[in-house]
Design a protein around this ligand. Structure first.
Ligand code: PEP
Ligand code: MG
Length: 594
């Protein structure tokens, strides 16, 4: 046995504390080292590959149909894997390589996968880049099947245990339940990995990105898993166990208090009502918005339907999708953001044409205005859905009044067509601008004439204002929401909105981090939109904050010169004002940066 109280540090991925025995899940697939095919014939190799695909397809379909109620909203992950299995660049390319390059199935698959991976790595859009992990999981599963090193048996343990694995695929995690699983520890993955997302839904603590976990931890080891701080303690002694049991109890009390207040509107302690809304990407997430007490949807990202299938979505498909969300949330507001995607091909994420600087390329409103047919189809679907509830529309990446004018012009054309065809829609539907480019901040006063509301997209605004690639790990530490330049920009946009009498919301990740809420309130932001899971804690912070105090904090922060000073000041202030939120609340809000 190793020394007691050995501490390992990973990334906190789902909050909660648990003490229990480990169950190490052995690795599924190993890439075959068989390089060149020699003995078998091409047809046989191709057939072996096709059969592997079909078997996995059947397994995923079965899992999809049997998925438990708790995880219903995650069915799309399995659906995405089904699409990837048959994607041209993986499926057809593997068959082609077997045929033309005389490779065995494993080697062909490996080559096809490497090409896809390289392509993805050149894409700037984080949603698409985030799919690399999905392609890899499909690849691993296929490889496991081809090499005979996988097992399709569901996990079963005699006693509930803390699962330790190199990585877990959604197919694996969705088979587990919180009856069997006390917690998850994985070597791979970040806050947005499937393990993190699913652990959150099941309310199971998780630590990911823990290097060598499967080597350090053995099945049967007693461990403490702290999903709040990302700490894992091997072989804890009695006194440490008692400390963590007490911490666990504190956390559970805090969590239940937070959840209790989530259904009510968040009003500051001196009476300012705010709106705390959800960011969603697909209809399945409406359930999460309700569960966590969203006052509406402040950002409905609409890329998913364009990415999950091989053809462009039809107006009817889009309409059904939007209508489902709008009707379910009525009379709450649903803010639908028009397509924020780049490149000239996107029939599948794997067919994306790479650009030198995709973040500065043909994306978002620029793309839509260049492809009016695609844009009009979406606008029509949104307008039709507006007859079923309260819809707002917003255009992403606005950098000039001209783009608002052009976007609105197209919207008017589509309205005319609908009127002519006597199709009902909300004629007063508000049209907003996302403020996420520095040019839009500078022109905010002018843009108020073309927009009915603003929503500040800090994910992009920080990237463009500080010239820090939001998905580049090398500069991740310089991606600083409290940078004085960012604070001044927020102030400028809010002031422009106030003067013109239009509302200013914030829907980037910054809006969902409890640490920033008092500063943002003090700067005048009154509507926040975020990952649904962050809502309860943010509402609690708002309720405990007075606007007067928030203004003082913001004023003081605006006087500081460096981001380090602002960070220090705000962190100290939060720690003083809300010790429990600081200790538990940030991890609980757990920004699942999307
Ligand atoms: C943003 O940029 O802040 C935003 C909300 O949009 P996305 O993250 O989808 O680019
Ligand atoms: Mg953006």
């Amino acid at each position: 046995m190793s020394d007691p109280n050995r501490i390992l540090q990973g990334i906190p991925a789902s909050p909660g504390i648990v003490v229990g025995r480990a169950q190490v899940v052995t690795e599924a697939a190993q890439v075959s080292t068989r390089l060149l095919y020699s003995e078998r014939d091409v047809a046989e190799e191709q057939e072996r590959f096709r059969q592997a695909v079909e078997q996995i397809e059947a397994e995923l379909t079965r899992l999809k149909n049997e998925i438990s109620e708790d995880l219903k909203e995650h069915v799309h992950i399995l659906e995405l894997h089904l699409v990837i299995l048959r994607d041209r660049m993986l499926y057809a390319e593997t068959l082609r390589l077997i045929q033309e390059e005389n490779l065995n199935a494993e080697r062909a698959l490996n080559q096809a996968y490497v090409k896809v991976k390289e392509l993805f790595q050149r894409i700037g859009d984080k949603h698409i880049r985030g799919r690399i992990a999905d392609v890899e999981m499909v690849y691993q599963r296929l490889m496991g099947r081809l090499t005979g090193k996988d097992s399709d048996k569901p996990f079963s343990f005699k006693e509930p245990a803390i699962i330790v694995a190199r990585d877990l695929s959604p197919a694996e995690t969705t088979q587990m339940s919180n009856v069997q699983v006390l917690g998850f520890i994985t070597e791979r993955g970040g806050k947005t990995s499937h393990t993190a997302i699913i652990a959150h839904s099941l309310e199971i603590p998780a630590v990911v990105g823990l290097d060598h976990a499967t080597l350090e931890i053995k099945t049967g080891d007693l461990i403490i898993l702290d999903g709040i701080t990302g700490v894992v303690i091997l072989d804890p002694d009695d006194s440490l166990r008692r400390i963590y049991q007490a911490r666990r109890a504190d956390f559970e009390i805090f969590k239940s208090e937070v959840v209790l207040g989530s259904a009510m509107v968040a009003v500051t302690s001196d009476g300012l009502p705010t709106r705390v809304m959800a960011n969603i990407e697909m209809p399945e997430e409406v359930a999460l918005a309700f569960k966590y007490g969203a006052d509406g949807v402040g950002l409905y990202r609409t890329e998913f339907l364009y990415l999950r299938q091989r053809h462009l979505p039809t107006e009817e498909e889009l309409f059904q999708d939007y209508k489902q969300v709008v009707a379910a949330l009525a009379p709450r507001v649903v803010t639908i953001r028009t397509l924020d995607i780049g490149g000239d091909k996107f029939l599948s994420p794997l067919e994306y044409a790479p650009e030198m600087n995709p973040a500065l390329g043909l994306r978002a409103i620029r793309f839509c205005l260049k492809e009016p047919k695609i844009f009009r189809t979406q606008l029509k679907a949104i307008l039709r859905a507006s007859a079923f509830g309260q819809v707002r529309i917003m255009f992403p990446l606005i950098s000039s009044p001209r783009e608002m004018q052009d976007g609105r012009k197209l919207l008017e054309l589509v309205k005319k067509e609908l009127k002519k065809d006597k199709v009902p829609f909300d004629a007063e539907l508000p049209v907003g601008a996302m403020i996420e480019v520095p040019a839009a901040v500078t022109l905010a006063d002018l843009l108020t004439r073309y927009a009915d509301f603003f929503s500040i997209g800090t994910n992009d605004l920080i990237q463009y204002a500080l010239a820090i690639d939001r998905v580049n790990q090398q500069v991740a530490d310089m991606y600083q929401p409290l940078h004085p330049a960012v604070l001044r920009m927020v102030r400028e946009v809010v002031q422009a909105g106030r003067q013109a009498g239009i509302s200013v919301a914030m829907c980037g990740e910054m809006a969902g981090d409890p640490l920033y809420i008092p500063v943002l309130l003090g700067l005048g932001v009154e509507e926040f939109s975020m990952n649904p899971m962050a809502i309860p804690v943010v509402k609690r912070v708002i309720r405990m904050t007075s606007l007067e105090r928030a203004k003082e904090v913001a004023q003081k922060a605006l006087l500081l010169h460096t981001v380090e000073e602002v960070n220090d000041y705000v962190t100290r202030e939060m720690d003083r004002l809300f010790p429990d939120i600081f200790r538990f609340g940030r991890p609980l809000a757990n920004k699942l940066a999307k």
